[in-house]
Design a protein around this ligand. Structure first.
Ligand code: ADP
Ligand code: ASP
Ligand code: MG
Length: 527
């Protein structure tokens, strides 16, 4: 049965209301097609950006049913977390100051976008409630001098709750009935604060209960991204940048036909355009490739985004809010073509070494390392054990470094005390660069040329692995070398536009040189 049919069936089974009939009568509109439109913080940064967003929603809802998922206004989540941290440090005044500034920012946006005084007052009253909640959370934190993961989630999720009433009201005002919905009423998660995972069955039930009737009446639900709640009603978040994940969770729960992630770039590019100026658009990638790129730092997509739709295979688009004429990137289960699609990098990573000569005598050291990082839900960007078995090498992002080292020291406390294990050391100044694409590992020519060029530029490779999926090749370099590593790989894997490649390609006959892998020296041939 096609997706359209499945959707059509479930919606047909309920009686249509007046509004539904009115909406379905719009020529060219397919009421049985459902799209999730997600707008990131960059797309709702100010009233100018929001007016672009409104145009997109209006135009999309003339073609199909839509559910809007929205992030906090750009920068707001960071400021809220800062307020929480200031409170934890006992600095309540700076925390209050941040909240005042945020209030002004949202008030200004309401003034600019909402014409009716009644609607403005309604939104302002809602803001009063939300800012009161923020003040109380800051007070509580200051009193205890502790920002718990639970409180951090409650504070950081306020940005999304502030923006949805505004967007829904602006849409309604322009003739497109809309309702602001807090996803804590829809998206039920476990209680892992800061990285919560959805309970899909319950989420599906609630989405059908609360959103389906609105869609049937032709009302556009505007749902908060990023946040959820436990079954007991405790607020949670899906992790920083998690609104992309919210969009696919809702998409899976509602059997959507398409999910569109609207952002501030043309789509998924061959590298972060902020770092590589000649990065080009990737037209189509597979779920796996996109997930790997996100995992290795391509911020345009949250790493878990495609997890929610792995089974249903719904296509995801990444498109530019500010250039709607551009095609964007399509992400499908199997993607298109082989070869390297793009690069990603995590610029602030740490290299943790566990070992010493006695490591070989430590029972199941590698298994315990894996289990420890899984238990704290830290993601290992790279993990390897050198052939001499002296060291286990682990690379994690800087935000989880402290937590990971502490957890490993606890796990190996006995071995460290009895000196079977010599050390757990930390180098917090590394970066990891990932080359992603189906069959990347078969591209020995480009890999060799990249390594040769890097060695010529004195870029030392501290560690390197190829993923078991044959889809990722990643190497660890010093932070100051990351940009060079990215631009060399971008050129050697022929990801830049042909014009810029011909301008930059000077050495067509590279020599074999020596390069470092872990502690050992290897020789890499140019081809
Ligand atoms: P949003 O607010 O829409 O969620 P984000 O800031 O989270 O936007 O993600 C968009 C940003 O991701 C872009 O501005 C870009 O700098 C960055 N980015 C990193 N890697 C890539 C890539 N490979 N392709 C596109 N953008 C990327
Ligand atoms: N507002 C949240 C954040 O800044 C979620 C998101 O942007 O997707 O992390
Ligand atoms: Mg984002």
């Amino acid at each position: 049965m096609s997706r359209e049919k499945t959707n059509g069936k479930s919606r047909n089974s309920n009686s249509k209301t007046h509004l539904d009939q009115r909406r379905s009568e719009v020529p060219g509109r397919d009421p049985f097609k459902l799209r999730i439109l997600k707008f990131g913080g960059t797309s709702v940064g100010d009233e100018f950006c929001i007016s672009k967003v409104l145009e997109i929603i209006r135009s999309a809802s003339q073609e199909s049913s839509v559910v809007v998922v929205v992030s906090a206004m750009g920068g707001v989540t960071n400021r809220l977390i800062e307020a929480g941290l200031q409170s934890e440090a006992g600095n309540l005044e700076p925390a209050k100051h941040i909240l005042q500034e945020l209030r002004k920012q949202h008030d200004r946006t309401v003034e600019a976008l909402i014409h009716s005084e009644t609607d403005r007052n309604r939104i302002r009253s809602r803001m009063d409630v939300l800012f009161e909640e923020a003040h109380q959370l800051c007070h509580g934190t200051a009193l205890l001098r502790q920002l718990t993961a639970r409180t951090r989630d409650a504070i950081s999720g306020l940005g999304e709750r502030l923006v949805t009433p505004l967007l829904a009201s602006a849409l309604t005002q322009s003739g497109f009935p809309s309702r602001s919905i807090e996803s804590s009423d829809l998206l039920i998660t476990d209680s892992c604060h800061g990285a919560a995972e959805p309970h899909m069955e319950r989420t599906r039930e609630l989405c059908n209960l609360h959103l389906r009737p609105l869609l049937q009446q032709g009302i556009v639900p505007v749902v908060t991204g990023f946040i959820g709640s436990t079954a007991e009603g405790v607020p949670t978040t899906l992790g920083r940048g998690g609104s992309d994940y919210s969009a696919t969770i809702l998409g899976a729960a509602l059997d959507a036909n398409e999910i569109v992630i609207w952002t501030d770039v043309d789509g998924l590019m061959t590298a972060d355009p902020r770092l590589i100026s000649d990065a080009t658009l990737v037209h189509e990638v597979s779920y796996r490739e996109a997930s790997e790129l996100a995992y290795f730092g391509a911020k345009v997509l949250h790493p878990k985004t495609l997890r929610a739709i792995a089974r249903c295979g719904v296509p995801v688009w990444i498109r530019n809010t500010f250039a709607t004429d551009r095609p964007g990137t399509r992400i499908t289960p199997s993607g298109m073509g082989t070869g390297v699609k793009a690069l990603a990098a995590v610029g602030d990573a740490s290299l943790i070494r566990i070992g010493g000569p006695g490591l070989v005598g430590v029972t199941d050291a590698l298994g315990r390392t894996f289990a420890t990082i899984a238990a704290i839900r830290a993601d290992a960007l790279l993990i390897s054990q050198s052939s001499s078995q002296n060291d286990i090498c682990l690379v994690v992002g800087s935000s989880v470094t402290k937590h990971t080292v502490e957890a490993l020291r606890r796990e190996f406390a006995h071995d460290l005390a009895h000196e079977t294990l010599e050390h757990i050391t930390l180098d917090a100044s590394v970066a990891i660069v990932a080359v992603v694409g189906h069959n990347v590992c078969a591209m020995s020519g480009s890999v060799g040329r990249t390594l040769t060029k890097l060695a010529e530029k004195d870029v030392n490779i501290l560690a390197m692995t190829q993923g078991s999926s044959q889809c990722v090749l990643s190497f660890v370099v010093r932070q100051e070398d990351m940009k060079t590593a990215l631009s060399v790989a971008h050129l050697q894997f022929e990801l830049a536009s042909p014009q810029s490649r011909s301008l930059r390609k000077t050495d067509t006959n590279p020599r074999p040189v020596a390069w470092f892998y872990g502690d050992e020296r290897h020789s890499a041939n140019a081809d």
